[in-house]
Design a protein around this ligand. Structure first.
Ligand SMILES: *Cc1c(COP(=O)(O)O)cnc(C)c1O
Length: 962
């Protein structure tokens, strides 16, 4: 420890204190690691890695680093510029009470928000149980066979329903009918999506769907104005023509009205926001999709299923399409990768907390208030509509005058047109509110009298007649202690970043600092409805504009759209911009998208969504994209070339020398360059894609800019473009831009943008550059130290990697039969989350340590990897059996290791405590290795039935495999 020599106030005021908290290694450790890597300074190492042609040497023009205290004070000031009125706007977003026990122990708890997508099933059993609760809740309420573990929002879920219907319908029609009473944002997103896929939309009154020649229809129930119609006859007519019926719905209403599955729906979508997730100015919330069993193999998004582990116990895993973009590429069912896991977990816990009776009570109470208000207004001569759940469609009024009056009284009503408004009541509605709302119309309410005198406004023919959520999980944890302990039990089964580094290549699992997270749940950010009037959202405008300015400076682009709510949505938005730009230039025939074979699977999946034809280009033996192949294909398709999608630094973890030349080639042939910005953590402060010739990128704020992964979402995938593409960014809801919406809300998942804002503000220009440099250093340190044990597959200039390294385990497999997966599972016995397995190269592990991991944590990981290499050596030497060894049987559960009988050819101690340090802190996986084949053959995606063997998932066996 150096002695404390600072004495003046100036010395003691350390403005960049946060930087030292965010970056793992301290100066002395950095010096040591630089020695291992073979460079004198971070700058020298950076020069050796980053090609001179792209390096940007000028410091970022960003303000200096702020302390946590100052940054929080500043963003508090920004938040205060938002005005929180009580929004009864509805239109898909409703007031809700987030149970405090869920707020603190899920949303604000790193055990949940720092987890990754559950690819490693054995360390993800807790969140997968929460997600299977979500699936069961959605399945039950909608009356469908199966539901997925969340989609991005209701509008994109409807778009996915449109394409799922296309894949599934018997009808060969190319027309999709959309009822004209779906939410406006749903219609806008459907238009955007249909256009790219060449689907023709037919929009009209729901009843017209009966006679339309279409492959499918989308109805909304209750509709956007709150009306509940009986669609059974429409559904029957559509089915008779071989068409598919998709329905957008409201989960709370479904506790009282007939499940769509009972009257003919084939696909049901919606948003679970009102199950305890705040407005957040539009997001994030968990969209959902449920469908008939027959469609499960082409359903988009992640699906949690029940399988068995090596010990024969039930265990959860991602089933079916898990990573299908990486396998099916442009033939994938959708480009959805990141979804909304954290929000789905919140909604599922809300359902666990309230149970079916509690939810029904909330729904009934909401409906009673709506009925009473309707009766009061009816008496005053106001027309409010009938057959509703929570929403009054008020017509024949002076809307402007009413909105003004409402705002004075503290309310936002829904703006429909000059003579009508909407009022949606919800869980948070009180008696006083109903009185105040009635007053706006000049009438008083005697609540008790009206309550007694007023019948329900639900159509009796559509009263719900089926039970839901009968599983014990929804009927047990209703006291706060019970729920608290249930959530803790689940969290304890998982490995998240609050316990260990998660060195997943291409995922950038860096620190999600607490100070960054704090503003997210402030009411000024959380309680703003996405359609709140602009004069109430000045704080959000300042936040979003400020973040755009920061990202423009960091990337070298000119404009940013925050609408995309995942990286893949950002890709879609970027490609739409390219297409619209080319159309405006009279080049609309351009339709070829070149994509290197090393690209992330979402790239080809997104290209297909805008109607481009994917042409794959090769990589050379060093992992670089093959510039000759790109040139040849750009020439071959010169008159059709629309774009090249390239990831930089490459998914192989190297800074390719030729990127500037590649951009030139594409431009010469009339194409645009799309740079996948998921690897931006290797570039911030070091190089700017917008300056080296790229035209557009998406960024993953949930990678480089510290938004936590939440176990598989939320995410923000802003689309950053050069000025010529700026007019073609997605428009605002109701806006007049050339390109339609890609997400339901104008600013996507706005309420988590403070996280990235805080990160950039607290790091400052120098801190951001240093973070990138240490990310490069950490990756190279791991690669160098592991080199004698596991060769790194690809290196770039001067034998260095970028911010991640691919360890090649294929020779080990050939020599010993031990696979990369065996090593990944053995790491669990050491308490680690595995690196990225078999992407982008099969049989490898890709390690991305990020700048936030300390030398101590890196060494702990390296020690584990070396120990595992020793075990592999023992297999090679015959000291461990080729089949019965700790790798093949990893991970080991406490039950296995402590069982009276131990039949393995290696000692128990080696199984459980391969390093002495594990005796202090040991993570016990709750299940042994999970059987993937069994899970895909026996698809079962609801809560595990309690009781007899006949109820077990096997009963749902079906013979075929994918
Ligand atoms: C993570 C990633 C994506 C997709 O981002 P999502 O937010 O999961 O949709 C795209 N490309 C690359 C290279 C990535 O690593």
């Amino acid at each position: 420890m150096p002695a404390m020599t600072a004495s003046t106030l100036r010395d003691l005021e350390h403005p960049s204190a946060f930087v030292d908290r965010h970056i793992g290694p301290n100066d002395a450790e950095i010096a040591h690691m630089l020695g291992v890597v073979g460079h004198d300074s971070l700058d020298a190492m950076t020069d050796a890695i980053v090609p001179g042609g792209i390096a940007s040497r000028a410091p970022l023009a960003l303000p200096g680093a702020m302390t946590e205290v100052d940054a929080l004070a500043k963003i508090r000031g920004v938040a205060k510029k938002n005005t929180v009125l009580r929004s009864v706007i509805g239109q898909g977003y409703y007031g809700t009470h987030t149970p405090n026990v869920i707020l603190r122990n899920i949303l604000e708890n790193p055990a949940w928000y720092t987890a990754y997508t559950p690819y490693q099933a054995e360390i993800s059993q807790g969140r997968m149980e929460a997600l299977i609760n979500f699936q069961t809740m959605v399945t039950d309420l909608t009356g469908m066979d199966i539901a997925n573990a969340s989609l991005l929002d209701e509008a994109t879920a409807a778009a996915e329903a449109m394409t799922l219907a296309k894949r599934s319908a018997k009808s060969k029609s190319n027309v999709f009918f959309v009822a004209d009473d779906v939410h406006p944002q749903t219609l806008d997103v459907l238009r955007t999506r249909a256009d790219g896929l060449g689907i023709e939309l037919l929009i009209g009154p729901a009843g017209d769907a009966k006679d339309a020649d279409t492959y499918g229809v989308l109805l909304q129930y209750p509709n956007t104005f709150g009306r509940i119609d009986d669609h059974a006859a429409v559904a029957e007519a559509v089915h008779a023509r071989g068409g598919v019926v998709a329905v957008a719905t409201d989960l709370l209403a479904l506790t009282l009205i007939q499940a769509p599955g009972r009257w003919g729906a084939d696909i049901v979508v919606g948003n679970s926001q009102r199950f305890g997730v705040p407005f957040g100015f539009g997001g994030p919330h968990a969209g959902f999709m449920a469908c008939r069993d027959a469609y499960k193999r082409s359903m988009p998004g992640r699906l949690i299923g029940v399988s068995v582990d090596a010990a024969g116990n039930q265990a959860y895993r991602l089933t079916l399409q898990t990573r299908e973009q990486h396998i099916r590429r442009e033939k994938a069912t959708s480009n959805i990768c990141t979804a909304q896991v954290l929000l789905a977990v919140m909604a599922s816990m809300y359902a666990v907390y309230h149970g079916p009776d509690g939810l029904t009570r909330i729904a009934r109470r909401t409906h009673r208030f709506a009925s009473i208000l309707a009766a009061a207004l009816g008496k005053a001569g106001v027309t409010v509509g009938d057959a509703f759940f929570d929403t009054l469609h008020i017509t024949g009024v002076d809307a402007d005058a009413l909105h003004a009056k409402a705002r004075d009284a503290g309310f936002n009503l829904r703006a429909i047109d000059a003579s009508s408004v909407g009022i949606s009541l919800d869980e948070t509605t009180t008696r006083d509110e109903v009185l105040a709302l009635a007053k706006l119309f000049g009438t008083d309410v005697d609540i008790e009298a009206l309550d007694a005198a007023t019948a329900d406004a639900l159509p009796t023919a559509l009263a719900r007649d089926t039970q839901f959520m009968t599983h014990p999980v929804f009927n047990t944890h209703h006291s706060e202690h019970e729920l608290l302990r249930y959530m803790r039990t689940l969290a304890d089964r998982d490995l998240a970043m609050d316990r260990t580094m998660i060195p997943l290549g291409s995922c950038t699992m860096k620190l999600n600092a607490t100070a960054e997270m704090i503003p997210v749940t402030w009411p000024e950010f959380a309680n703003i409805h996405p359609l709140a009037p602009a004069d109430q959202t000045a704080g959000y405008t300042e936040l979003i504009d400020g973040l755009e300015t920061m990202l423009v400076e960091i990337t070298g682009y000119d404009a940013v759209s925050f609408q995309p709510n995942s990286g893949a949505q950002g890709e879609f938005a970027g490609l739409l911009a390219i297409r619209a730009y080319q159309q405006a230039q009279g080049q609309g025939h351009r339709d070829i998208c070149l994509i290197p074979e090393s690209a992330h699977g979402t790239n080809p999946a997104s290209a297909q969504m805008v109607g481009m034809t994917v042409v794959v280009t090769r990589c050379d033996k060093d992992g670089n994209v093959d510039i000759d192949d790109i040139r040849a294909k750009a020439e071959k398709y010169s008159d059709r070339l629309a774009a090249l999608m390239i990831t930089y630094p490459s998914t192989h973890g190297v800074f390719e020398e030729d990127v500037v030349a590649i951009c030139d080639i594409v431009h010469q042939h009339g194409g645009q360059v799309y740079t996948d910005g998921a690897n931006m953590n290797a570039l911030v402060g070091v190089a700017k894609p917008g300056k080296w010739g790229s035209d557009v990128s998406h960024l993953n704020l949930h990678k480089t800019f510290c938004i936590p992964h939440g176990g598989g979402g939320p995410g923000v995938g802003p689309c950053a473009v050069k000025s010529h593409l700026a007019p073609y960014l997605p428009r605002a809801l109701g806006g007049d831009g050339a390109v339609g919406m890609v997400s339901a809300a104008t600013f996507g998942s706005a309420s988590i943008l403070p996280i990235s804002w805080m990160y950039i503000a607290m790091m400052g220009a120098d801190g951001l550059r240093r973070a990138t440099q240490v990310a490069l250093l950490n990756a190279n340190y791991v690669a160098k130290r592991l080199a004698p044990h596991y060769p790194t597959l690809y290196t770039g200039r001067n034998d260095l990697v970028a911010h991640e390294c691919i360890l090649d385990l294929r020779p080990i497999k050939d020599a010993t039969g031990i696979s990369a997966e065996d090593v990944a599972k053995r790491l669990i016995d050491f308490g680690f989350h595995a690196p990225t397995l078999s992407f982008p190269v099969s049989g490898t592990l890709m390690v991305e340590p990020t700048e936030s991991e300390s030398l101590h944590e890196l060494d702990r990981f390296i020690d584990a990897m070396i120990q595992i290499r020793g075990e592999i050596q023992a297999i090679e030497d015959g000291r461990l059996d080729r089949e019965d060894n700790p790798l093949k049987h990893a991970p080991h559960t406490a039950m296995q290791v402590t069982a009276s009988e131990w039949t393995h050819a290696y000692p128990r101690e080696l199984a459980a405590f391969p390093l002495a340090t594990l005796r202090h802190t040991k993570y016990w996986p709750p299940v042994a290795r999970v059987d993937n084949v069994h899970g895909d053959k026996n698809v079962f995606c609801s809560c595990i039935p309690v009781g007899s063997a006949e109820d077990a998932p096997e009963a749902f066996s079906e013979p075929d495999v994918v």
